[in-house]
Design a protein around this ligand. Structure first.
Ligand SMILES: Nc1ncnc2c1ncn2[C@@H]1O[C@H](COP(=O)(O)OP(=O)(O)OP(=O)(O)O)[C@@H](O)[C@H]1O
Length: 501
């Protein structure tokens, strides 16, 4: 068996101040396998893989790669030893061209007398782009022009050009559409065919079951077990992650028509925005969960931004009929009881350098004011309530949000919204990167909000979530609303997919 191990991790430990992120972890990766690494948010998955990739230095423990000590002191050293990592968040650099990103630090291979031959570099980059189905993209353009999804695929192309022995895919697929996921799955199976290995981090248990040969479960920074072949079932993964059976249903079980059809809380009236949105109209009612689904570039994410006043439409209006207000900007939206959970938490949702307490309180300053004063007691109380409710794993309220794991950042983004008495929620992929326990808690909260007469617009790329939670589901395609599906146990995922593509 020893001969079949490409990477062996033994007794690995890593703490950040008082937080024990990884405790006596062990892991074995075989050549030619896709090895899932799972655990609840903050269980230590990214910390382990960051140490393997050389981004973090272990406090103690041993890593052996192909029989030799593996002690990378940087990500570059990790790469040199054959380990590449795709991160949860953006890993490309703005204001550089696509080819400059792909060949960052390697420009010398295209230079003569100190001058980089851009034509040759672009030609080489074009080949990388073709390998990830982005052959139509012009490598000399700025990377800023690409969508989040395409940037993730460029990163995958950058990693593959290194011909890695181990590819680490950290929660990347949740940010991708089905098409993007398929490109990534193809890359992963190419690795397998070449007897190379993939460490695959995901919260999507069905996806893990489909793609992984073995799955290692972590809990509270420690190794719990490794499942292989037939043992990889959704129930077994849930059980080991949480430490108990998880039998509660995820989604709403009611199918009644139980929202207030007579009270429109939000109205989108013939909105147009460039090529992204074409004559979009919708109404969101009191006590309604309105789902919007479609392929990632169908316009639904742009629609969220227009509704919350972050982007001004070319024509058309967003109104709050109960308040007789037309939304003109996001400040006005927030002041009038709207809350927005963006898809891209790093860019729009949170202030990374500010404390967890400040981020949670950000939208609720009026609520925590005593007279003209904001007391630290009241901001602490509000933040603590949210941290408890969403089970956010933190080392302390005063630590910066940047210190949190990916899923816990997303929870802070939701907590910020929840802390304020929001009446109209605009949620763009609210459960992206969130573990199953908290997902269930969020769905439960959405049901409570609905019962309290609040209104929720939920954009999602996960069909089961839309079908499971929405009273009404609008499907968007090429910037238009093309179908309206009412809540019913009869509707299948297949029925919806047919309308999306
Ligand atoms: N740079 C850091 N500073 C302080 N604490 C950190 C830092 N990085 C990680 N942590 C903490 O270490 C713990 C493990 O985090 P890690 O990112 O490894 O979890 P994860 O399992 O990948 O979570 P997720 O599924 O949410 O991405 C968390 O409590 C996190 O807050």
């Amino acid at each position: 068996m020893e001969g079949k191990v490409v990477l062996k991790v033994e007794g690995l430990n890593k703490s950040f101040g008082p937080t024990k992120a990884v405790v006596d972890m062990h892991l074995e990766i075989h050549p030619g396998e896709i090895h899932g690494l799972i655990g609840e948010n903050g269980s230590g998955k990214s910390t382990v893989t960051s140490m393997i990739a050389g981004c973090l230095k272990p406090d103690s423990g041993v890593m052996i790669m192909n029989g030799k000590r593996h002690e990378p002191k940087s990500m570059l050293e990790g790469r040199a030893s054959g380990i590449c990592m795709l991160l949860q968040e953006k890993g490309t650099i703005n204001h550089l061209t696509i080819s400059e990103n792909i060949y960052l630090g390697e420009e010398n291979q295209f230079s003569k007398g100190g001058i980089v031959n851009r034509r040759r570099m672009n030609q080489a980059a074009r080949k990388v782009l073709e390998s990830i189905d982005l052959g139509h993209v012009e490598p000399s353009h700025l990377i800023d022009e690409l969508s989040f999804e395409d940037r993730k695929l460029v990163e995958a192309g950058m990693a593959m050009k290194e011909d890695p022995k181990i590819l680490i895919v950290d929660e990347t697929t949740t940010a991708l559409s089905q098409k993007g996921r398929e490109v990534l799955y193809r890359i992963m199976s190419q690795m397998k065919e070449k007897e190379k290995s993939v460490i695959f981090i995901s919260h999507d248990l069905d996806e893990l079951k489909q793609v992984c040969d073995r799955v290692t479960v972590m809990r509270d920074g420690a190794y719990i077990t490794t499942l292989s072949g037939e043992e990889i079932t959704v129930d077994a993964m849930r059980h080991h992650m949480i430490g108990r059976d998880f039998s509660d249903g995820y989604y709403r079980v009611d199918y009644e028509d139980n929202y207030d059809h007579d009270t429109v809380m939000l109205e989108v009236d013939h909105v147009n925005l460039g090529k992204a949105l074409k004559d979009v109209s919708l109404q969101l009612h009191k006590g309604e969960i309105l789902g919007i689904g479609g392929l990632t570039d169908c316009g639904m994410h742009d629609l969220c931004k227009v509704i919350y006043g972050l982007v001004k439409p070319d024509s058309g209006e967003v109104r709050l009929p109960q308040k007789e207000i037309t939304i003109r900007n996001s400040t006005q939206a927030a002041e009038n009881g709207m809350g927005y959970v963006p898809k891209d938490r790093e860019l729009e949702g949170l202030m990374m350098a500010a404390s967890i307490r400040d981020n949670i309180n950000l939208m609720s300053m009026d609520k925590v004011k005593k007279g003209f004063l904001i007391t630290s007691g009241s901001t602490r109380k509000l933040a603590e309530e949210q941290v408890d409710m969403l089970r956010i794993k933190i080392g302390g309220l005063e630590l910066p949000v940047s210190s949190l794991s990916g899923g816990n950042k997303q929870k802070v983004s939701i907590a910020k919204c929840m802390a304020n008495d929001v009446q109209i929620f605009i949620m763009d992929c609210p459960t992206r990167g969130i573990d199953i326990g908290v997902k269930a808690a969020i769905y439960c909260l959405l049901e409570q909000f609905k019962a309290q007469g609040r209104a929720i617009l939920m954009i999602s790329e996960e069909l089961p979530e839309l079908l499971g939670m929405a009273d009404n589901l609008l499907i968007m395609k090429d910037g238009e609303i093309t179908a309206h599906i009412r809540r019913s146990p009869e509707v299948s995922e297949h029925d919806v997919i047919v309308k999306m593509i």
